[in-house]
Design a protein around this ligand. Structure first.
Ligand SMILES: [Zn+2]
Ligand SMILES: [Zn+2]
Length: 360
């Protein structure tokens, strides 16, 4: 058996290298320049691809919040995969897993494991690389989706190539790559910030929040507490002031006959488990409790480490003192021995001299 010295951290780092390189690509604008149409393309590709991720990956494939025929279904998956956030089946299965285990130890990207973990690190960890096919059987049966899932970078490469060959290098760096990087973090904020910052309307078994700013940059996904309360709804903004551009686009597609059966939260669901009605917020209680428990463990570990350090210090001082005493005693013995020898030599000399005097 060949033993490998590579540790999981360095493997994760290696996997993240292409992702990091994508972050560097917009710097190509320094060489290629930036034109107004590149900036417009950047905004357009951000908005359109964000819609495919939220309306496709999330609301259709993960939650089945509306119906679509096979062609529209394929186009939604293809469009979302142009954002290079892995395959449709991988994405939707992981998201179903997130709803099943939100903020529990099994959750792939709970911020309770650290903000950076929930935002991006989890994405590269070996435990999250497999498509959880057992959670997405309803879509796994389609060969065209399995093909897309397997060659997940193909749509993104195709889009990048089209942009480059039709609009040039500056459009590629600013229009395509910059919008791809912004899309990464816009989407990832829903896993990280939307479970940390914002308000809670509904009591849920997790830490999800409603956040207006996040809703603006993610096409409505910032109403994450609404979503965790009623995940199968096609809308995530439940009231007119909760801006949800993905839902507006889905309604337009519904009117055009491209999709159908958009699911809505029931009146009963909208008035159930409201925080303002004084329901015990079990999700936040669990989160605070788990933070307190880990703080206690940390304190215990730190106290143990402090005690061990003091013990080592005292031991070192005792050893130094012991060495000092032993050395001093040895020196004293040597001095005493030498002094005794001197006295003995003096006494011998006096005796010899006395004997000499007597004999004379
Ligand atoms: Zn969530
Ligand atoms: Zn969801």
């Amino acid at each position: 058996m060949v033993e490998t010295t590579e540790n999981p951290r360095s493997r994760m780092f290696m996997r993240a290298i292409p992702f990091m390189l994508v972050h560097l690509m917009p710097l190509g604008a320094i060489w290629a320049g930036v034109r107004t149409r590149d900036v417009v393309l950047c905004f357009a590709l951000y908005a359109v691809r964000m819609f495919f991720i939220t309306g496709g990956f999330h609301r259709y494939f993960a939650h089945r919040s509306y119906k679509a025929n096979r062609v529209v279904q394929f186009l939604m998956a293809f469009g979302a995969q142009t954002a290079a956030q892995r395959g449709v089946l991988w994405w939707a299965a992981h998201h179903r897993h997130h709803h099943r285990f939100s903020d529990m130890p099994e959750d792939s990207h709970s911020p309770l494991r650290g903000f950076l973990w929930s935002h991006v690190t989890w994405f590269f960890h070996s435990e999250n690389r497999r498509t959880k096919s057992e959670l997405i059987k309803d879509f796994y049966k389609y060969p065209e989706l399995r093909f897309l899932n397997k060659f997940h970078l193909l749509p993104a490469i195709m889009l990048g190539a089209v942009v480059f060959f039709t609009m040039g290098a500056s459009a590629l760096f600013t229009g395509f790559f910059l919008s791809t990087v912004l899309l990464y973090h816009g989407t990832f904020f829903i896993n990280s910030l939307a479970h940390v910052m914002g308000t809670r309307r509904f009591v849920t078994h997790d830490t999800s929040r409603n956040n207006f700013g996040l809703a603006l940059i993610t096409g409505g996904e910032g109403w994450h507490n609404n979503h965790h309360h009623y995940p199968s709804a096609a809308s995530q903004g439940f009231y007119w002031w909760e801006i949800d551009t993905t839902y507006y686009t889905l309604r337009l597609m519904n009117m055009l006959g491209l999709i159908s059966d958009l699911r809505q939260p029931t009146e009963e669901a909208l008035s159930k488990n409201l925080v303002r009605d004084g329901h015990a917020d079990i999700g936040m209680f669990q989160a605070h409790w788990s933070k307190a428990a880990s703080a206690l463990v940390n304190t215990r570990t730190q106290t143990g480490a402090f005690y061990e350090a003091r013990k080592r210090e005292v031991e070192a001082r005792r050893k130094t003192m012991e060495e000092f005493v032993v050395t001093t005693k040895t020196r004293a013995d040597e001095v005493a021995r030498s002094s005794r020898d001197q006295i003995e030599r003096a006494r011998m000399a006096a005796t010899t001299s006395q004997e000499a005097n007597i004999s004379m």
